[in-house]
Write a protein that binds this ligand. Structure first.
Ligand code: 8YV
Length: 319
């Protein structure tokens, strides 16, 4: 029996590409040939493609779906799938899967690391020593993080992992989300602005997509205030990046630590030039162990689908 044909829509790690190539006929980012007006190879393969595999940043829109009449499943190696038109998939009977939970620890660890980095100015301290400036004087005093007020924008499983870590630092925990979760022992605020006004560290950990686009805007930043810090480990789209740059430049907030950006991998020069900002290149889940677990789960979703087994992790909209 011929192997199912699969389109990759992202550069996937070898530890996912290799099992895919063993089990499927893989067309590696063949759809990009359309951008070069080289339609022949894609037009030949497209009618046979039954599966897509991509990353959390991949775009799978209605236009691509319309060219794949035999598509059955979209498997995303990532917890976020905001680039996938899930409604269009569902309308076609195409199931979407992702890789939740296996990356919770890594993203939560990075959130705490970024909070400490921006409060205690650890990158700046490293440069102070490394550039030989210590003999000229000590660093300015920083901001204590233990015992501070943490505000979580979003209260899913990663946010709960961040909260558990923050409790060990003696922090108070509050959150905002679409609805209160009374089973959790944390204070709920109905809006991001109300939460920001009651927080020292505002950590963004919502899904991306239209529902959260620019959720963190100038009003929220004003409420966070001149002693407040913004940390984003969710999606760049959730923060109004222009408003953030203005707030940082004017001292509306004290600082920011960002792992995600509106136009990755391009980060505005204004952010890269500021001393009260910590920047990392979307490394929330970027450890060998976690990416292997994500790859294994993304592959298992595909294998289960074609073997007629229950899917390990369909997205909530497809359950
Ligand atoms: C990676 C992520 O960027 O899981 C997500 O949604 O943003 C990260 O894990 C990517 O998805 C890994 O493929």
């Amino acid at each position: 029996m011929s192997r199912p044909e699969l389109l990759t829509v992202a550069r996937l790690a070898p530890f996912l590409m290799e099992p895919l190539q063993a089990a499927f006929t893989v067309h590696d980012r063949l759809h990009e040939s359309l951008l070069d007006n080289d339609t022949s190879a894609f037009a030949t393969a497209a009618p046979r493609i039954r599966a897509i595999c991509g990353s959390g940043e991949s775009k799978v829109g209605a236009d691509l779906l319309a060219q794949l009449p035999a598509l059955e499943i979209v498997s995303i190696m990532g917890v976020g799938y905001d680039g996938v038109d899930v409604a269009a998939c569902k309308a076609r009977g195409v199931v979407v899967t992702h890789t939740p939970d296996v990356l919770n620890d890594d993203v939560a660890d990075l959130a705490l690391a970024l909070m400490l980095d921006v409060a205690r100015r650890i990158p700046q301290a490293d440069r102070h020593v490394r550039e030989g400036r210590w003999p000229q004087g000590n660093m300015p005093l920083a901001r204590k993080m233990s015992g501070a007020r943490l505000g979580l924008v979003g209260m899913g499983r990663i946010a709960q992992a961040i909260a558990q870590r923050a409790l060990a630092f003696g922090m108070s925990i509050a959150y905002t989300a679409r609805s209160a979760k009374p089973a959790l022992p944390y204070a709920f605020h109905a809006t991001p602005a109300a939460l920001a006004a009651a927080s020292d560290f505002l950590v963004v950990i919502t899904p991306g997509g239209a529902a959260t686009r620019k959720l963190i805007d100038a009003t929220v930043l004003d409420a966070l205030g001149p002693k407040g810090y913004l940390v984003n480990v969710a999606r760049g789209s959730v923060v109004d990046e222009s408003a953030l740059i203005a707030a940082l430049q004017k001292g509306t907030i004290a600082g920011a630590a960002l792992d995600v950006f509106e136009n990755e991998p391009h980060v505005p020069e204004a952010l890269r030039a500021m001393d009260n900002v910590v920047l990392t290149p979307h490394i929330g889940s970027a450890t060998s162990a976690t990416r292997q677990a994500m790859a294994d789960l993304a592959f298992e979703n595909l294998a289960a689908h074609f073997a007629g087994r229950p899917l390990p992790s369909p997205v909530p909209e497809c359950r």
